[in-house]
Write a protein that binds this ligand. Structure first.
Ligand SMILES: NC(=O)C1=CN([C@@H]2O[C@H](COP(=O)(O)OP(=O)(O)OC[C@H]3O[C@@H](n4cnc5c(N)ncnc54)[C@H](O)[C@@H]3O)[C@@H](O)[C@H]2O)C=CC1
Ligand SMILES: O=C(O)C(=O)[C@H](O)COP(=O)(O)O
Length: 378
């Protein structure tokens, strides 16, 4: 069997060598000619899998994307050709939530506010939105969820209106890219919605760039009216609107989901799907391949205040590192993609054991750490 794999899928050799001959390709430039004899195709989000890419291939049986998002896959076309498709739902939801947490802690320090005083609207209450909710709710923010499709489907959590979204102190976007149907998300934040926001609010987008009309945002920013912006995703990646950058407080090149753990989980999920498709037993586990973290234990002697939490989170992941590097790299040819390709190892909070007073373990666990109980503070 010939298996064609995006070169940026980690641990592909370890997981897929048993299935046949592996061929690696560059996700942005792969062509129909290259894939002519592929039996299995494994991609990431930067490869559009459609008729244009697959029309020369007559033997493809399985397509997998090691990502949560599936907007780059023409699933109807794959269905027509009877090609099995699997994605990796939720694989990197924790990384996205940790990106949001780091960003908010940085902004809270810089702008001198307490998270607990803020209301946050989470737009999209699926895997990533819920992971964000769990963490921010544990920190005492007033969290509101906005997700009409889920609400309509009978999800029994409390949901808010769009009016409440645009009036929240913090708005965090966690929707898929959808351009048709009753609840499209492309330009959900268009000029009309953006003009209802103000400079006291914070708007974070770690979903897909197209959810915010970037030109309308730029216009607003040039007039000095934009909310504080955290943008991980951009319209027209990798050729983004660079003029936006000076107006963005935290800017990164679509790496919110880029922890090693999240990526490895994505590969493992495709491996499971392929084992099922081919009818073989699962013999490999991501944890056999993923290396130990650089920092694995820490002890906290006090009650966790916001400054202590910031230090703790940033032992593992500090979004300012990525923001600084991005601003340096974006002017290089291919800087957006080079930074993603050479992204230095980032781990999830779950790789850190925190030894803390017993009263703090519930919070630490809700934030995703391995919490170990220490004697209570007197
Ligand atoms: N920046 C990054 O590195 C990453 C970005 N993503 C993006 O985040 C998106 C969301 O991921 P998940 O939460 O895991 O997906 P999910 O499918 O679990 O949840 C998405 C939620 O959005 C809701 N939704 C859809 N249309 C909506 C609308 N018009 N208004 C409000 N809610 C709406 C859906 O009902 C669903 O509950 C992915 O589709 C992907 O595009 C995902 C992982 C990493
Ligand atoms: O999982 C998703 O959806 C994402 O957005 C990925 O984190 C994007 O990573 P690449 O597939 O572009 O490497």
């Amino acid at each position: 069997m010939k298996i064609y794999i995006d070169e940026n899928i980690p641990y592909a050799k370890q997981f897929f060598s048993d299935f046949g001959e592996l061929h690696f390709f560059s996700g942005r430039t792969v062509t129909a000619e290259q894939l002519i004899d592929a039996d299995i195709l494994l991609v990431r989000s930067i490869t559009n899998v459609d008729e244009k890419l697959l029309h020369l291939n007559k033997c493809l049986k399985f397509v997998g994307t090691a990502t949560i998002g599936t907007d780059h896959i023409d699933q109807q076309y794959l269905q027509q050709r009877d090609i099995t498709f699997n994605s990796a739902p939720g694989c990197n939801k924790i990384s996205v939530a940790e990106y949001i947490l780091s960003s908010l802690l940085v902004l809270a320090e810089k702008m001198q506010f307490q998270l607990v005083d803020k209301t946050v609207a989470i737009v999209g209450a699926g895997n990533t939105g819920s992971a964000v909710y769990e963490r921010l709710n544990a920190l005492g923010l007033n969290c509101k969820l906005y997700d009409p499709p889920l609400q309509l489907a009978g999800d029994n959590r409390a949901f808010c209106s769009f009016d409440e979204v645009i009036n929240a102190d913090i708005i965090s976007l966690h929707v898929p890219k959808v351009s048709v149907g009753d609840y499209p998300t492309v330009h959900m934040f268009d000029a009309n919605v953006l003009k209802q926001l103000n400079h006291k609010q914070i708007l974070l987008n770690a979903s897909r760039g197209e959810v915010i009309d970037n030109q309308a945002l730029l216009k607003m920013a040039k007039a000095g009216l934009q909310p504080t912006l955290v943008l991980d995703v951009w319209e027209h990646e990798p050729t983004i609107e660079k003029a936006l950058l000076p107006f963005v407080e935290i800017a990164t090149p679509h790496i919110a989901g880029y922890s090693l753990d999240g990526k490895a989980r994505g590969t493992e999920m495709l491996y499971h799907a392929l084992c099922q498709k081919v009818g073989v037993n699962i013999t490999h586990k991501a944890q056999d391949f993923v290396v130990k973290p650089a920092i694995s234990d820490v002890t906290i002697e006090e009650i966790i205040t916001q400054p202590i939490l910031k230090k703790l989170i940033h032992l593992i992941f500090d979004v300012r590192r990525d923001d600084a590097l991005f601003r340096q790299m974006i002017d290089q040819d291919d800087g957006f993609d080079i930074m993603r390709k050479t992204y230095s190892e980032r781990r999830e909070m779950s790789t850190l054991s925190v030894n803390a007073p017993a009263s703090q373990t519930q919070l630490l666990q809700a934030l995703g750490f391995k919490a170990e109980c220490k004697r209570e503070i007197k």
